[in-house]
Every structure is written in structure tokens, then in C-alpha cells.
Design a protein around this ligand. Structure first.
Ligand code: WTA
Length: 647
């Protein structure tokens, strides 16, 4: 087994890149040949960014699970597809070969059908990081149901919003989950969510913690009981549904600058081909390698680089249920040592957190199996980059700094491990087929680096990052609201996809993503909309108004700083702040809790009533000397008060 489209040298990268820009259709069509189609496609792509309407491989039919499982079960049935490591180091690990994975996915696909699921239905999955989560996702794809995985840290309210938005008819959950020394009551949270969700007819519950839970007759059933019914019915094979290339594969909700999270929709064929291509090239995967992506399947990184990218390449994907610091800060290194991991793909926030524990947890671990390290989710600072490089990679492993988004489906800008050069804190060069463009606030293209002209800039430039031409896994729509997709991504700059990120480009054409330019925060690699958090805080009875900004945080990258106008009793500010945190946990989930809450008597507003976040941001960052012009404010005195009360 080898990957004919795996790029092997820098020279080849430049050549392939050039071809991919000059002849994108031929480029992607050649790659698409290496997949299993039920019906070949007629048209490689058709698109316009105005509506927007983007389609890839139209006329083609396929099922992603045949590409991820069946074809590998035929040629390497006993090769490990999924290795699972429990939260509890004492619990026995599990290994599923491609043959076993095929069997289990087919079984569960039958379970879904027996419970009324059909092609096109939306199924919400709220589960711990156990192999059954991957099985549930793949079983949905097998029968053509659209999965919407919700991260286990979201609240009942957030789950309900997502279920209602997509009108899901089935949900899949577990009694509970383990996270470090905590037990997460998944089914109880789901029960609270389901009170509001009358579209849901069935709730399938996996046994994990066996905590007492409520089971409602007619709606709730146990995963294991449903599997037994399938077993007694005989042959478990379940024919994979023929999906049109552009049929939706999944919805994944993500935060934006407005209050309500949006359901990003990805399509079957383009997503499969792009995640596979980037997996094989960025990580330089070799048959037999063990790929350990530490993300949760509740986020896009888990979808693309634990499940679909690796499995579609016949790779071995290691899935970990726990957290990096439990039972101690050596957990990742212990796993690398135990399974002889070759590729470790993690987030800067995890690296920074582990760095703070010192080197003791590393010294007795054998990390010599590692070949490639990867970073994702937020900018990686140089200190973390060097620590990762020196102490984990021992100076021998290239680090791929992979920039991408939920909306892009797969990695758009990254070095290719050991093939194209790395540069600390830089995502570096675009993947073949990807044409980044920097624009200024007015929408003027910043010259140099235009992929179609192969020009390099003559000085480092900075701008807003856009992409000029579609790649196969670009967002297709936001579920139920296409106009929102257009205004968010395709209307800021004409004929360009706007990423929401600020970016620098150096004289070698390397890109360095500097962070969001919209009202989205990146806290520990999680995307959080400021408006969403403000809405949640404002739900607290005593809160009149609030404003959220991000500030630099040593471990999380960004912390959440809340300015709150409070009308009630404030004798014990600490207690009220905790109440507000509880409210945010209930409304969104613990990941959105502010790190700091400052009570203020007013907010800096312009005469037209707009909150001047720039000023609040500066104060939160501690940069009170450079607040700029405050004379246009309705009440400039408020700035002084806020400065004095800074936490
Ligand atoms: C940020 C995660 C710098 C960026 C895959 C983007 C990064 C947002 C990087 C998407 C990186 C992701 N360097 N910033 N290598 N990777 N980001 O949708 O701001 O959870 O817009 O997707 O994370 O977050 P999302």
C-alpha cells in the first residue's frame, strides 16, 4: 500500500502546487480516482462565491464508509483501525481491526434503521470518547443519515438549541463519561435537553459509567439491547447507502460573531477527498504508522483527523478518552511510549499546560518512536514550539503547524512534515489547491504572494486572510440558513471566502496566522463567540449589561474577561461572580465561563450606543497607556473607573 499522491520533496511540492492552481480540475480529478465510487462523477467542480454555490464531483455517487472501512477490510482486514486508550490507565485498551470495525459499524447501522433512521435524517450524537462514538458517526454515514456531534462539555441548553435547529429525530448518548477524576452525567444532561425537543423520537444510550439514569418508555433504549436484537437477526452486513457527492455528510455547530452557533454543513465526496489528501500529505503518513490526534471527536479536528482522514487512508488512529493532566501530566508521553506512536497531533494549549509541569514527567518515557508532531487550533507561540520540538521531538521531528477551520473541513495552510520547511510559529505554505489572499480593511488585495502569479512579497505584509478558489471540503451552507453562510463568509470581500483571521506573510511566502479579527475568541483552542457569552451572562437576574473581550492567557492562549453592569446586591462580588459563572455553564457549558469578571457602573459607548471593545480589550490586556482617542465617548469618565477597577 502506498499513496500515489503523497508529495515527497520540496521541489515536487512546488511543481504540484503550480499544477493545482493552473489546472485545479485535472488536479482534483486525478486524486479522486484513488477512491471507491459507486458511480463516477461527471463534473469536477462548479462554483460561484456570490450565492454561494459550490459543488465538487457532481454526478458521482459513493459512500464514505466504503472508503474508510470496506476497502481496507478487504486488503488489510486485521490491521488496527482504531486503538482506544481509556481515561483510566488501568482499564484495558481496545483495538478494532478494519474487519471488526466494519462488523460493528454494520451492526449499529442496522440498529439505527431498526429505530426508524433513514437517509437524510439528522442524528445528534453526545457521547464520551469511546470507540462507539466513532462507530455511531460511521454508522450514520453508512445509512446516509446526517450526524451532528455535540461536544460532551456543552450544556443541556446548547444541545437543545442544536437539536432543534437541525430537527434531529434520533439522539445517541451514553449514561455517563469519564474525564480525569470526574464523571460527566451525559444522559441526565441529554434528558434536560430533550424536554424542549419534540422532534426526537428515539434516544439510544450506551453503557459506559453505569450510573443510575432515567429511561423513558417508548423513547429511550440501551445500545447493548439494540445490538442483541441485530445479532439474533443474523447476517449483520448493511449495504452502504449510495450518496450523491454533494449530499450532506454532517453538520457541526460552531461559534461566530453573532449570538447563535451555526451549523456548518460538509458534503460527502469533497470532504472525504480533501481530509484524506491532507492527512496523507501533511503528516506524511506511512503504512503501519500510529497516528495519535488528541482532539475530541466533538470538534472538527476529531472528525477530520481521528475519524475520516486517517480511516480513509487505511491508517491506524489512536483515540484517547482522558485529559492530558490526569492521573498526571505524563499521560500523553505514557501513551506515546505504550503504543509506540509515530505521529502526535495536539493543541498549543495542551503543550503550554504540560510545559508548566516541567520535564520530570517526560524523563522516564521513551518517545523515540515519534516521527512527526502537529499543532492545531490556535497560534502556537515560539516558546511552546521550541519546547515541543526539543523535549518531545528531541530535535528530530518536524512540527506541522496546521491552520484551518470547521468551515474549511481540512488543513489549508501547513508545512508538509519533513518535506517543506517549518518555521516556528508559522503555518507556512498553502496546501496544493489552496490560494490564500491577504486583503486590507477596504478589500484591496495586498500585492505579492498571489498564487496564480507565483510572486513573493518583498516585505512582510499583514492583512485579513481570504481564499480565492474553492477546495473540495469548503463549507457548503449553514444548516437551514443559507443567507447566513453568504453574509458570514462570502459577502465581506467580493469573490473571496473570508476566514475571519488576521495574518502575516513573509518574504518567503510563509503565512503566520495572528488570530481572529472578528468577535470570536479562541480559548484553549475552543471557538467562543463574545455575543454568545454576553447573552448567557445577561440571562442572570441581576445583570443589566455585559461586554466580553479576550486577553492573553499563558495556558489558554486567550482568557475571557467580562465587564458586567449589575443591578442587584454586590456585597460579596466573589459570590456573585460565581453565580454568573454558573449561569454561563448552564446556558453554554463550562468551557465558556469567564476567567475574570469586573463589575462596572457603565461601559464605554459611542454616542450611537456602540460598545468600544477596543478600549475594553486594551484595559483587559493591561495596556492602559494606549487607549487612543476616548473623546468621542458618551461618557469618557467611565474609562477611568474601569481602568482603576481592572482585575
Ligand atoms: C484558529 C480548528 C493559528 C484560527 C481546526 C481559526 C489557528 C480557528 C490555527 C478555527 C493555527 C486554527 N494557527 N490559528 N495553526 N489553527 N486556528 O473552527 O483562528 O475550531 O479561524 O477549527 O482557530 O477554529 P475551529
Amino acid at each position: 500500500m502506498s499513496y500515489p499522491y503523497q508529495i515527497k520533496s520540496l521541489e515536487q511540492y512546488h511543481q504540484v502546487y503550480k499544477e493545482s492552481i493552473e489546472h485545479p480540475e485535472k488536479f482534483w480529478s486525478d486524486i479522486a480516482m484513488h477512491f471507491r465510487w459507486k458511480k463516477h462523477f461527471d463534473q469536477v467542480t462548479s462554483w460561484n462565491f456570490k450565492d454561494p454555490k459550490v459543488a465538487w464531483f457532481q454526478g458521482g455517487q459513493l459512500n464514505i464508509t466504503e472508503n474508510c472501512i470496506d476497502r481496507w477490510a478487504e486488503i488489510q482486514p486485521d490491521a488496527p483501525a482504531i486503538i482506544w486508550e481509556s481515561n483510566d490507565p488501568e482499564e484495558h485498551h481496545r483495538i478494532l481491526s478494519f474487519k471488526e470495525l466494519l462488523f460493528k459499524v454494520n451492526q449499529f447501522a442496522h440498529v439505527l434503521k431498526n429505530n426508524g433512521a433513514k437517509k437524510g435524517d439528522r442524528i445528534c450524537i453526545y457521547m464520551p470518547m469511546v470507540p462507539e462514538l466513532a462507530i455511531a458517526v460511521l454508522a450514520c454515514a453508512r445509512i446516509g443519515a446526517i450526524h451532528s456531534v455535540v461536544f460532551g462539555g456543552f450544556s443541556a441548553q446548547s444541545i437543545a438549541d442544536r437539536i432543534i435547529d437541525a430537527a434531529c429525530n434520533i439522539v445517541i448518548t451514553a449514561d455517563g463519561g469519564y474525564r480525569g477524576n470526574k464523571e460527566v452525567p451525559l444522559k441526565a444532561v441529554m434528558d434536560d435537553a430533550l424536554v424542549r425537543c419534540d422532534t426526537v423520537k428515539r434516544c439510544i444510550v450506551l453503557t459506559r459509567t453505569r450510573t443510575p439514569i432515567s429511561m423513558l418508555k417508548g423513547r429511550d433504549c440501551w445500545w447493548e439491547d439494540e445490538i442483541k436484537k441485530v445479532e439474533t437477526a443474523g447476517n449483520p452486513f448493511c449495504e452502504a447507502e449510495a450518496m450523491d457527492a454533494e449530499d450532506p455528510l454532517f453538520i457541526l455547530y460552531t461559534s461566530g460573531s453573532t449570538g447563535k452557533p451555526k451549523g456548518v454543513v460538509h458534503a460527502c465526496a469533497g470532504y472525504m477527498i480533501y481530509t484524506n489528501y491532507t492527512f496523507v500529505n501533511v503528516f506524511q503518513y506511512q503504512p503501519g504508522d500510529i497516528h495519535f490526534c488528541t482532539a475530541d471527536i466533538g470538534w472538527i479536528t476529531g472528525h477530520s483527523y481521528i475519524v475520516y482522514g486517517p480511516l480513509s487512508a487505511g491508517a491506524t488512529s489512536l483515540m484517547f478518552e482522558g485529559i492530558p493532566t490526569w492521573p498526571d501530566a505524563g499521560r500523553f508521553w505514557e501513551i506515546v511510549d505504550k503504543y509506540k506512536v509515530h505521529i502526535l497531533y495536539t493543541a498549543p494549549t495542551a503543550i503550554r499546560s504540560l510545559m508548566s509541569f516541567g520535564l520530570d514527567y517526560i524523563k522516564d518515557k521513551n518517545l523515540s518512536s515519534l516521527k512527526v508532531l502537529g499543532s492545531v487550533g490556535e497560534p502556537i507561540n515560539e516558546e511552546a514550539w521550541y519546547w515541543f520540538h526539543d523535549h518531545i521531538g528531541k530535535g528530530n521531528c518536524p512540527i506541522v503547524d496546521t491552520w484551518w477551520q470547521t468551515e474549511t473541513g481540512g488543513i489549508l495552510i501547513s508545512n508538509l512534515a519533513g518535506v517543506t520547511p517549518s518555521k516556528p510559529a508559522h503555518a507556512t505554505l498553502p496546501l496544493p489547491g489552496v490560494q490564500p489572499i491577504l486583503v486590507d480593511e477596504q478589500g484591496n488585495i495586498i500585492p505579492g504572494g498571489d498564487a496564480s502569479q507565483y510572486q513573493l512579497p518583498d516585505a512582510t505584509v499583514s492583512g485579513n486572510l481570504c481564499i480565492k478558489y474553492p477546495w473540495p471540503s469548503i463549507i457548503r451552507t449553514t444548516w437551514g440558513d443559507h443567507e447566513r453562510c453568504r453574509t458570514t463568509y462570502f459577502s465581506t470581500y467580493e469573490n473571496l471566502y473570508f476566514t475571519g483571521d488576521g495574518c502575516l506573510r513573509d518574504t518567503d511566502g510563509n503565512y503566520r496566522i495572528t488570530g481572529r479579527v472578528d468577535d470570536v475568541l479562541n480559548v484553549s483552542g475552543h471557538r467562543i463567540g463574545t455575543a454568545e457569552v454576553e447573552n448567557a451572562i445577561n440571562m442572570h437576574t441581576g445583570v443589566v449589561e455585559s461586554a466580553i473581550v479576550g486577553y492573553p492567557h499563558d495556558i489558554k492562549g486567550q482568557g475571557i474577561y467580562a465587564y458586567v453592569i449589575f443591578s442587584g446586591q454586590l456585597d460579596d462580588k466573589n459570590l456573585v461572580a460565581q453565580d454568573i459563572n454558573q449561569t454561563v455553564s448552564r446556558i453554554i457549558g463550562p468551557i465558556a465561563k469567564p476567567d475574570k469578571i469586573q463589575f462596572v457602573s457603565g461601559l464605554p459607548k459611542t454616542r450611537s450606543g456602540k460598545i468600544m471593545r477596543r478600549i475594553l480589550r486594551k484595559i483587559a490586556e493591561g495596556d492602559t497607556a494606549h487607549l487612543g482617542d476616548t473623546s468621542t465617548l458618551l461618557d469618557p469618565n467611565i474609562v477611568e473607573e474601569i481602568k482603576l477597577g481592572r482585575l
